[in-house]
Design a binder for this molecule. Sequence first.
Ligand code: IPE
Ligand code: IPE
Ligand code: MG
Length: 228
Amino acid sequence: MSVNTPQHIAIIMDGNGRWAQLQGLKRVKGHEAGAEIVREITTYCSKHDDIEQLTLYAFSTENWKRPKLEVEFLMKLLERYLKNELDTYMGNNIRFNPIGDLSGFSRPLLTTIEMVQEKTRHNNGLVQNLALNYGSKDEIVRAVNKLVKENSEITEESLNSALDCSSSVDLLVRTGGDRRLSNYLLWQSAYAELFFINTLWPDFSTYELETIIHQFTTIERRFGGLKS
Ligand code: IPE
Ligand code: IPE
Ligand code: MG
């Protein structure tokens, strides 16, 4: 397999609401459809030997600003998804690793998150980092505070390892047509290759991801150096 295959893929799964509205459905129907694609993409990545980590943006620190009903629906959907997908995680040797400030969630939801985390702890295939109440700025501030509390020196290495996600992103994909990072993995994406695509998340497919991965393999990554 090519050495240029991405080991860490991050995805901003955007466009669920618009996908539903385009069909005259309520926004939440888009979130339901989106959850199916999460399963497909995660399973695909777990079968791809070179992909070690898949980091998915499921709920941002800013998403609490949405109408209460939509937020409540998303919380219920997350709980349902995690319970239903335990078999997918176990059957494909996937470790579920939530990132973000989990203290923002209700006790029942936290119990489910911790249950899936615990049950998949020893799986050693793909790591699925699910970004929940995640914001890159919040993650960096929490990491700095942790180091200050421990009296640790702040270096690139110490700060990196104090983050929720310490692995640099190779390939970052945003669906839904917008070309912004929306507070996602700002530190980890310092040298990520960015792909902004118009497809709305519920229409995304393993085929499209394969095409992107193929394009990725043709890019020369210099990391500030010169052409090798
Ligand atoms: C992304 O889809 C899912 C979440 C943010 C939870 P959106 O809900 O943002 O869908 P659009 O962007 O409004 O279409
Ligand atoms: C980013 O999408 C967050 C997730 C996909 C979970 P948003 O829809 O919240 O981003 P903005 O508001 O368009 O920047
Ligand atoms: Mg959106």
